[in-house]
Design a protein around this ligand. Structure first.
Ligand code: HPA
Length: 358
């Protein structure tokens, strides 16, 4: 019986010495032939362990499965190459479907699900499921497609649905769509989400312009071998949320009569909501709103050289700040109620961004 590993997933020389180099293309008629991890359907394995999976003999020996050897884990670098290749493959596929060159990339959070139908002159839609290796959300209420079109005269790519780290994808997979949109040419990354209000002056239904974030509770999406064509190894994060774009959102909100709040967003992994003690801790740390997305994408966007902007819809008061237990249904209901104002704020802001980008 032989142990093989996948070149793509683990180029670690030490492991290679122990198990021998993987053979070239396995013979499809040989029942003893190794099955490489990257030849399996993507969701047949736990994406969190993909870097360290070794194939142990023919798959039928283990119920068609394979052994996961955490102890042999090399740093995450091995996934980086395949992730980069996936991004390039998706970019090439999209290039064959639309000639729109987006200037602004918009990621829609809860409640903005039907933003595109209302605010975008849609020219092309691309279901994530058509893109090779693209991460697909399992969360109810999140659709899964890119929309290419125009808001005013600004060419945009809109993500209707995003994946979250708590769904079990590696952080590299979670931010892969952001990198793809940068590679498609987007200069601005506009992030939206629903969040729990920690700042006691906030109420459900408010909008908070994100001025900065705390990302220290989730893995940094840039961990692993740096791919220089995506960005520099040690990117500056001293002004993640672009001052000029923030000014444009502030002006837009004032024009729409929206009382825009400002604050620091903190990302936790979820999927459980926080405990009241955690919220007290986050308040001491300087956070104004808490959620399960966004900061990882913002870091990735800055790494890729995009100018980043973020608005959070405060969908509930954070844990312990109201009598009610928290629920996903409550988050969605409030975000849906706020949607018409949120849509106006986002779409009018993008038109202003268009002026700045000229
Ligand atoms: N906590 C974390 N994430 C959230 C919340 C919250 O209270 N509301 C919406 N997303």
């Amino acid at each position: 019986m032989k142990l093989f590993k996948n070149k793509e997933f683990s180029p670690d020389e030490d492991i290679q010495d122990v198990y021998g180099p993987p053979p070239d293309e396995p013979d499809p008629d040989d029942p003893e032939a190794p099955v490489f991890v990257d030849k399996l359907p993507p969701m047949d394995f736990d994406p969190r362990e993909q870097q360290v999976q070794l194939i142990y003999g023919p798959p039928e020996m283990f119920n068609g499965g394979f052994m996961s050897v955490r102890a042999a884990a090399a740093p995450v670098a091995p996934t980086d190459r395949s992730n980069y290749d996936k991004i390039v493959a998706c970019r090439d596929m999209i290039a064959g479907m639309t000639d729109i060159k987006p200037k602004v990339a918009l990621i829609l959070g809860s409640g903005l699900g039907d933003f595109a139908e209302n605010c975008v002159d849609i020219r092309c839609t691309v279901d994530y499921s058509r893109l090779p290796g693209f991460p697909i959300s399992t969360v109810e209420g999140h659709k899964g497609r890119f929309i290419f079109g125009y808001i005013g005269d600004v060419p945009v790519v809109v993500m209707q649905g995003r994946v979250h780290y708590y769904e079990g994808y590696s952080m590299q997979d979670v931010v892969m769509p952001t990198r793809l949109m940068a590679m498609l040419g987007a200069k601005v990354l506009f992030l939206t989400n629903a969040s729990g209000g920690i700042n006691t002056s906030f109420k459900a239904g408010d909008f908070m312009l994100i001025t900065d974030h705390i990302s220290s509770f989730v893995p940094n999406p840039l961990i692993g071998k740096n791919i220089d064509s995506l960005g520099t190894r040690f990117p500056d994060m001293s002004e993640i949320y672009d001052r000029e774009l923030r000014g444009a959102v502030e002006e837009t909100a004032a024009g729409l009569g929206i009382d825009l709040k400002h604050g620091v967003y903190v990302q936790l992994t979820g999927p459980s909501f926080e405990s009241p003690a955690e919220i007290r801790m986050l308040k001491v740390l300087g956070a104004d709103a808490v959620g399960m997305s966004t900061s990882m994408e913002a870091v990735t966007g800055r790494h890729a050289g995009m100018r980043v902007c973020g608005i959070s819809c405060i969908s509930n008061l954070a844990s312990g700040l109201s009598e009610n237990p928290l629920s996903h249904a409550e988050v969605q209901e409030c975000a849906n109620k706020a949607a018409p104002r949120f849509r106006a704020l986002v779409s009018e802001s993008i038109k202003k961004f268009g002026e700045l980008l000229k």
